[in-house]
Design a protein around this ligand. Structure first.
Ligand code: DGI
Ligand code: FE
Ligand code: FE
Length: 189
């Protein structure tokens, strides 16, 4: 790890619970592997992976409060499911608290929960790493999706969105239209 990554990981350890911190390291290392595979800048991928959930352990009410205070727009689906805000708020903190300037890194953090149509390579690396990192064990089809991630990242994005939408439908959780839009965009790729 570079000094920058080490410094950030020390700070993050204080902000996150134990399991979330382990997940964060898992995403960072998985992102580095996908960066090797798809010839993306490894340091940027690791930085985005490390910080993607930096706002995750803030309670929902406080996330809403922090968004309002910092003029970050809250949509209806986010008001109903405040945990969705940790992506936007995470990008904001990555810039303001952790000093990240790289726009691609900030964008990958911002879209990591729902994805968005036309994601760039780093967005896809973080979206997929978040789902397949080694500490994940609950989602169905993980072995297949893990292998697919290294064969065809777009197809892995499709499988993840398909399974996430199915999971949310069963749970009757409200689905952000962005999750649907992303699935529609990639499904015929
Ligand atoms: O923060 P993590 O748990 O590491 O991962 P994440 O940011 O992808 O959040 C995962 C959760 O987000 C998972 O339970 C599925 C849920 N999710 C993804 N898209 C949507 C969604 N939840 C709702 N309500 N609506 C969505 O569109
Ligand atoms: Fe997240
Ligand atoms: Fe995550």
């Amino acid at each position: 790890m570079t000094e920058t990554l080490k410094d950030i990981s020390k700070k993050l350890k204080k902000e996150l619970d134990k399991a979330r911190y382990q997940h964060t390291l898992g995403v960072m290392y998985t992102a580095s592997c996908l960066a090797m595979r798809y010839e993306y800048d490894m340091q940027k991928a690791m930085l985005a992976g490390l910080l993607h959930d930096c706002a995750k352990c803030i309670p929902g009410e406080k996330q809403i409060h922090l968004c309002k205070k910092n003029h970050i727009d809250i949509r209806k689906v986010e008001e109903e499911n405040p945990f969705l805000l940790h992506a936007k708020l995470g990008a904001f903190f990555a810039e303001t608290k952790y000093g990240v300037k790289d726009k691609n890194v900030l964008h990958a953090i911002q879209v990591h929960t729902t994805g968005e149509p036309g994601m760039n390579l780093l967005d896809k690396i973080i979206f997929v790493s978040d789902y397949i990192e080694p500490n994940r064990d609950k989602a169905p089809n993980l072995p297949q999706i893990r292998a697919l991630a290294f064969e065809n990242i777009d197809q892995a994005v499709v499988r993840i969105l398909h399974d996430t939408i199915h999971f949310l439908n069963q749970k009757r959780g409200s689905i952000d239209h962005k999750t649907h839009d992303t699935y529609e965009y990639y499904k015929n790729s």
